[in-house]
Design a binder for this molecule. Sequence first.
Ligand SMILES: C[S@@+](CC[C@H](N)C(=O)[O-])C[C@H]1O[C@@H](n2cnc3c(N)ncnc32)[C@H](O)[C@@H]1O
Length: 296
Amino acid sequence: MSDQDVKSAVRDWWADNPMTYGQEHGVTDYVDPDGTVRKVEFGSREFFETADKTFFQWNLPLHNDKGTFGKIFDYEKFRGKNVLEVGCGMGYMAMNWAQQGAKVTALDLNPVAIVQTTSRFKAFDLPGEIIEGDGRSLPFEDNKFAHVYSWGVLHHSPNIESSLAEVFRVVEPGGTVGVMLYNRNSFLFRYIVQYLEGIVNLEHRVLSPLEMGSRYGDGDRREGNPHTWPVTIKEAKEELFAQFEDINVEVFGTDVAGIVDHFFPLLASRLMPKPLLNALIRRWGWSLWITARKPK
Ligand SMILES: C[S@@+](CC[C@H](N)C(=O)[O-])C[C@H]1O[C@@H](n2cnc3c(N)ncnc32)[C@H](O)[C@@H]1O
């Protein structure tokens, strides 16, 4: 496939399967605490509020009294400064930054994300620039942003290095970045994808490692996700972020409890001592949170 074909395939897949945080990507059915399934209209205020609640719940350990995702984002430091999100999806994180006073630019490859984030910003009466574009060739001048972040995006394009080179180019000297990429050395990838699906179910005979990652990494079993390729901590530190300094990697894993319960049914994760579960998460979680600084 040519570069342009891959780009179109990635864009179209995400436009068809946008991040609704419903039962599957693109689906706007949500299960209420009493078990009833509620369908909400895509793009309505109820949709944003419901999807946000689910996204919030998924990432519960990352919030604090300074705001949603306050443990990983220093909102105060960047008040009034230019902040860029690469791959904004439905715009939840960008909205948080705008509410905290940053001058937000949110970019995404797929037009549905742009329409939704634009209408979210309108609905919540927030300023911000919402732009359709590719993380691999950012439409901004060098050194424009004090902070650039991206959550679950750059592993969906081939040539992750070129996206990171672009992030490096547009962040100012001394500026910081935060990037969440999927973790190849995770329970999800090594056990569920490679062992159970690949070896036990024999899919490795017909699918390449990249095809396995794409099939199970996002939109589980919904065919057609063109590219999902997780990275390792070593790759992140030694290759992908090598041009940055102060590189730090944390492992997050809201998926780990569910996988523990898969190994040992009967809600083992609830009975397991918290420090043990946290140790498993810090080693085997699905998300790497990589922070770094561009040298001055
Ligand atoms: C898993 S979603 C994450 C969205 C959002 N960050 C979130 O956490 O809800 C991936 C998003 O990345 C976008 N995307 C994929 N490749 C991209 C690229 N090369 N440049 C910009 N956005 C991209 C997709 O359109 C999709 O909206």
